[in-house]
Design a protein around this ligand. Sequence first.
Ligand SMILES: [Zn+2]
Length: 387
Amino acid sequence: MHKSVIAEEGVSGVSLTKEELQRYSRHLIMPEVTAEGQKRLKAASVLCIGAGGLGSPAALYLAAAGVGRLGIVDFDKVDLTNLQRQILHGTKDVGRSKLESARDRLRDINPEIELKLHECRFSSDNAEQIVADYDVIVDGSDNFATRYLSNDVCVFARKPNVYGSVFRFEGQTTVFATHLGGPCYRCLFPEPPPPESVPNCAQAGVLGVLPGIIGMLQAIETIKLILGIGDPLIGRLLHFDALKVHFRELKLRHDSQCPVCGENPTIFAPIDYDQFCGVATEVPAVSVSELKRKLEAREPVQLVDVREPFEHELASIESAKLIPLGELADRLAELDREQLTIVHCHSGQRSAQAVQLLRDAGFANVFNLEGGIARWSDEIDSDVPQY
Ligand SMILES: [Zn+2]
C-alpha cells in the first residue's frame, strides 16, 4: 500500500454531513475507503486540463466520487463534432463555453463539491500558478505542447500528473510522478515528434467510447493516489487496443539525462512549447472573409487544399486544388510561383507547414487560410459540411 498524496493536516479538520454519508455510502462500506478515505477525497483538489474527450469522463467520475475541489481549464466552445465523445456536454450546449456546460452538468451530479473554472488556454504564462492550487493534475489535453507543459510544471511543483491519450482505436495512460520515484513524460519522449508526422483526432479520428475508457482509468488512478490504496501506474504505461480488447503494460524507465528530472536538469521554468513542438504559428495568413472577398471579386487566387483526398471528398471549397501535404514537395511544378497562393487544410496546422514549405521553395506570395475549411464552413459557407 502506498501513501496518500493528501497531507494528514489537510484532512484533520474535514467532516462529512449526513447527506454526504448517504451519498457516498457505497464508498464508506468498503474497508479500503471508509469515512476516513472519503474525508481524504473531500480534502483533495484535482485539476483537469481540458473538458474534452478525456476530461469529460474523468471530471464526471471525480465529481461523483466527492473530490472536494475540482478545477477545469479550457477555453473552447462546445461544437457539434465534440458530442460523439465529450459526454460532459449535450446538444443544447452547442455554441456555449465548455466550462459553463461542464459546470451545469457537474453541479447536477454533485452539488456538494467546489468547482473552479479556469477559462483560458493552459500556457507557459499561467500553468505554474494554476497547478499550485491542486494536489493532482489530470492531463486530458490533445496536443504535444500542452503535454510537455503540464509535465514540466508538475515536475517543478512535485505533483502527480495523470496522463492519458487516445488515437483512433487505441489509448494509453500512466501516472508521471518523479517525486514519487517514477519517470516523467520527457524521460519517455525527450523530443516531440515532427508535427507533420502526428495527425490529431480531428485529422485521424477516434472511436468515441475510447476516451471514455482512458479518462475513467485516469479518474481511478487519481482516486487511488488520494486514498493511498493499491498500486499506482507510476513507472508503468497501460496501453489499450479496443479492436483486440487487449490491455498491455509497458515498464517505463527514468532517464538520468532527462532535462527536467535527470541528474543535471537544464529546464527549471516553462519554455516556449509551441516553438519546441514545431507548431508553426508565424506564417503569413489571410482570414476566411478575406478569401471570400477575393473569390467574389474574381481576383486571381491559387487556392491549394493540402488535406487528404478523403477529406476533400467530405468537404471542399470550390476552385481549390487538392495536393496532400505529403505530396506537395514533389508536385511544386503544378503550381504557379508568381500567383497569389492561399493554402488551406482542416484547421490551419498542416497548411501552415505547407506555407513554410512553399516559401522555402521560393514562393513569395503565399498565405495560410486561418482556421482552415472548418472556419470557412463556420463563418462563410454553412453548406460546406463540418467533419
Ligand atoms: Zn524526466
